[in-house]
Design a protein around this ligand. Structure first.
Ligand code: BGC
Length: 281
């Protein structure tokens, strides 16, 4: 059996920049986890599209930070739940960067309500962005991966998709039924795509964050009382940082994880380990 290279194919020039010559698109990249992913992919050598839907000045700020690290970056606006806007964004990316190697399907939101009060609008908006948005972006990325195929000097894969899931792809979440349903859907979207596309050398995986310190869950950590309650759910006893997620995303995008597809990596400080059972049961 031939020995596998221990380092990624694309790292020969500079092992600190394993994504050199690769083009990445991160949706919802102007804040929170998406911003951290865009910065980390840029630091790893990728040219990065910073997608946003509102606050263009925040997207431009992220673009500036990536350029300061010596990688190319541009900001592109698109609402990922709208087919025409997604298609226009991919066309623009391919015009500017030539292709796409890495998609980070990150854009997501919460619109919480008790079940009996949840409106169809709240349901449809969350499913539209968190699930349909991931489908639409993945479909355009896959079309380009298939057109281009594997370029061995760049990566062993024809393309890599990293879906931003959540611990709520497996943990039910009362009061957030639309959100938990969207992330359960992301799990099967990711796994079914991974199964179908592996023969084409396209890898599809998820990162499932637990409680990460970002604007989406500010009320869960911004008072000492809220933080104390939250930490009861986290065996590691700390809230996660966006960089915890971004580091995992870079690794999943690189050839260091070339044999991994269809996997969800929980980055959650143990939140999925049923912490109540540490003392009960
Ligand atoms: C949600 C956060 C929540 C975390 C853990 C995430 O997917 O967006 O609001 O704090 O899951 O429950």
């Amino acid at each position: 059996m031939a020995a596998l290279d221990v380092m990624p194919a694309s790292s020969s020039a500079d092992p600190r920049r394993p994504l050199q010559n690769q083009k990445a698109l991160v949706t919802g990249a102007n804040s929170g986890i998406g911003e951290a992913c865009a910065l980390a992919l840029g630091a790893a050598g990728a040219a990065v599209v910073v997608n946003y839907v509102s606050h263009p000045e925040e997207a431009e700020r992220v673009v500036g930070l990536i350029r300061d690290q010596g990688s190319e970056a541009i900001a592109l606006r698109a609402d990922v739940s709208r087919e025409n806007e997604v298609q226009a964004m991919f066309a623009e990316m391919i015009k500017k960067f030539g292709t796409i190697d890495v998609l980070v399907n990150n854009a997501g939101l919460q619109q919480d309500a008790p079940f009996q009060e949840m409106t169809l609008q709240q349901w449809a908006t969350v499913i539209g962005v968190n699930l349909t948005g991931q489908f639409l972006c993945a479909r355009d990325a896959v079309r380009e991966f298939l057109r281009r195929g594997v370029v061995p000097a760049v990566s062993r894969a024809a393309g890599k998709i990293i879906c931003m899931s959540s611990v709520h792809e497996v943990i039910p979440w009362g009061g957030h039924v639309n959100y938990a349903s969207s992330k359960g859907g992301v799990m099967q979207l990711m796994k079914s795509m991974a199964q179908e596309l592996a023969p084409k050398k396209i890898r599809v995986n998820s990162v499932a964050p637990g409680a990460i310190k970002t604007p989406i869950n500010r009320t869960a950590w911004d008072t000492p009382e809220a933080l104390t309650t939250l930490l009861k759910l986290i065996p590691d006893q700390r809230i996660g940082e966006p960089e915890d997620i971004a580091n995992t995303v870079v690794w999943l995008a690189s050839d260091l994880s070339d044999y991994i597809t269809g996997a969800t990596i929980f980055v959650d400080g143990g939140m999925t380990l049923y912490p109540g059972f540490a003392t009960g049961g």
